[in-house]
Design a binder for this molecule. Structure first.
Ligand SMILES: [Mg+2]
Length: 206
């Protein structure tokens, strides 16, 4: 199965999931797992299948639609170490299929096409957050030659160095944002201001 990933660049793969994604100065950079989506299953190292995901909060599509209408370009930066160097292997197929479902679900839920770029770090090198290789590659090759406005751009991520964060308290998302020089925002702070009423999703959320 070959999904519509237009560019592959070792050692990470890139999705330009929607050809309508154009360059922009305001970048809404968002982590995937634990930030935009959560897993339905209890699988630890990757999705069980392409449908093994749910929105982290019900407010995710509306918030992203708001960003899109506000002129932000959505770019997902995700570490997916289970792919390793097997860009077209089973783990890669599953993760790319899941991401395509997420993007499809996003446009459906938002009621409008939301163009997005997705960068996936597959190996343990400078492309893996907190390394800035994915961001640099994005700026050089996937933003239509437009230099991001760092003051207007931001990164939302859940790996912020709290003890309950992934991998025993990784701060890779927070450090990624700091190394780029853009604002870092926690998922609960980003999505929850849209909550119409208190919804208990996890002890940390809303
Ligand atoms: Mg995460």
């Amino acid at each position: 199965m070959h999904l519509p990933y237009l560019t592959r660049y070792r050692p990470f793969s890139i999705s330009r999931a929607n050809p309508a994604a154009q360059g922009g100065a305001k970048i809404a950079a968002i982590d995937l797992d634990g930030t935009m989506i959560a897993r339905k299953s209890t699988n630890q190292w990757g999705p069980k299948d392409a449908d093994d995901w749910k929105w982290l909060t019900a407010t995710v599509p509306a918030k992203i639609k708001e960003l899109h209408e506000g002129g932000y370009k959505l770019v997902i930066f995700t570490n997916q170490g289970s792919i390793k160097g097997a860009m077209l292997g089973a783990a890669s197929d599953k993760i790319r299929a899941m991401i395509d479902n997420v993007l499809k679900g996003l446009s459906t839920a938002a009621g409008t096409a939301i163009p997005a770029q997705v960068l996936i770090a597959t190996t343990n090198d400078n492309f893996r957050k907190p390394g800035t290789g994915m961001w640099e590659f994005f700026v050089e090759n996937l933003n239509g030659g437009v230099a991001p406005d760092l003051a207007e751009s931001f990164f939302v991520g859940d790996a912020a160095g709290r003890s309950e964060d992934i991998n025993g308290g990784a701060a890779s998302d927070k450090e990624f944002a700091a190394a780029i020089g853009i604002k870092f925002i926690l998922p609960e702070d980003f999505w929850c201001d849209q909550m119409p009423f208190p919804v208990i999703l996890s002890p940390r959320l809303c």
